[in-house]
Design a binder for this molecule. Structure first.
Ligand SMILES: [Zn+2]
Length: 363
């Protein structure tokens, strides 16, 4: 079994629908939780029995209240799934795997689940997805083949909505032509492969960023709250969206080709928060989307049957000579590794990627 997750490309109306459903889920979950807590002391009710009672209260009383009429316009599967979540939360609590279920708050993030009550549905390959009881929506990245699934979780991360679902089958693994690769993710070039290929962040990205800096500077000089400043802010937000788009496209191409080419992929599990503390690196790393790179690589490796190995955070990949094992300090400004031990002279990032490739977990 594996999970598929895709970003949705929603218009305003669709995004509002998702937010309403997430609100519905929260209201039902919290109502159920308060009812369940009240019944907790009363004898030996099983969870299923309690949930059934809660359903009766919701259907026969709550949903009939005029102020709750909006609930009837939304998918009843949202409310069914909210109660399934509640039941699971109590089961985990009783097994000692989690604390007592807490009331859901908007701040914890917005999400909800729907399912098809008639069993599994077939999802067609392509740029859209038909989600049971919600409708058909556009995807940022296509489904590359048909899938069969039943339950769909919709969640909001940052400003984007995602759909995820489980697929109950084995992947048909891709036959990767090459055995293994180490990848060094850096600031100067985004990715350096131990085979020697270098992937630089796309040029339009750099141009867009220069323009962004210029606009931000312009906005700061304009009269606060003026028509002109608003116009500049609009251009800034459009440019942000464009940058995100270029970057995502670049990362998707890179991660897809890597997962399809290599059976074993090793990357450093970068300590991003540690690096973000270093101001010089912060912009570059956050910017280039190391998180997103890792996230895409994780699910694509699963999808294409490749293995992903995360190299331990503190492994000094740039300080070791990949040829003889000599170790020396390597300030960021030094772009070539010149080894006094064996005399090798090699590009800094390529050297690091070879060390990443050769890394083995300590037993
Ligand atoms: Zn050496």
């Amino acid at each position: 079994m594996f999970a598929v997750k895709r970003a949705l490309k929603l218009n305003k109306k669709e995004a509002t629908l998702m937010a309403k459903n997430a609100g519905f889920r929260r209201v039902v979950f919290n109502l159920g939780l308060s009812l369940r807590t009240q019944m907790y002391g009363e004898g030996q009710f099983t969870d299923s029995k309690v949930i059934n009672e809660i359903k009766k209260v919701l259907t026969n009383h709550v949903k009939k209240q005029p102020e709750c009429a909006w609930m009837n316009q939304l998918s009843s599967r949202v409310y069914q799934n909210a109660l399934i979540d509640l039941k699971k939360a109590f089961a985990r609590y009783r097994e000692g795997k989690a604390g007592h279920p807490k009331f859901a708050s908007r701040r914890d993030g917005q999400s909800f689940a729907v399912d098809s009550s008639n069993g599994k549905v077939l999802l067609k390959a392509g740029n859209t997805i038909k989600i049971p009881t919600l409708g058909t929506f556009r995807l940022e990245e296509p489904l590359e083949c048909g899938f069969v699934s039943q339950t769909f979780t919709i969640s909001k991360e940052g400003n984007r909505w995602f759909v995820s679902f489980c697929v109950d089958a084995q992947r048909r693994p891709q036959k990767q032509p090459e055995s293994s690769v180490g990848i060094d993710v850096g600031v100067k070039s985004f990715a350096t492969l131990s085979k020697g290929q270098v992937f630089n962040a796309p040029k339009p990205l750099k141009q867009a960023k220069t323009k962004l800096a210029r606009l931000q500077c312009k906005a700061s000089r304009q009269v606060k709250g003026s028509q002109n400043q608003r116009k500049t802010y609009n251009s800034i937000s459009r440019l942000h969206a464009r940058i995100a788009c270029i970057r995502k496209d670049f990362l998707h191409k890179l991660t897809t080709s890597t997962a399809k080419t290599f059976k074993l992929i090793k990357i450093e599990d970068l300590n991003v928060s540690g690096m973000l503390a270093n101001h010089k690196l912060a912009g570059a790393i956050a910017d280039l989307g190391f998180y997103e790179f890792k996230r895409q690589l994780e699910y694509k490796c699963q999808m294409y049957g490749a293995s992903l190995v995360l190299v331990e955070r503190w492994f000094p990949s740039s300080k070791i000579c990949s040829n003889c094992g000599h170790k020396q300090e390597m300030p960021l400004s030094i772009r070539t590794y010149d080894c006094p031990g064996c005399g090798v002279s090699i590009d800094r990032d390529l050297n690091a990627s070879l060390n990443i490739l050769n890394w083995e977990p300590s037993a």
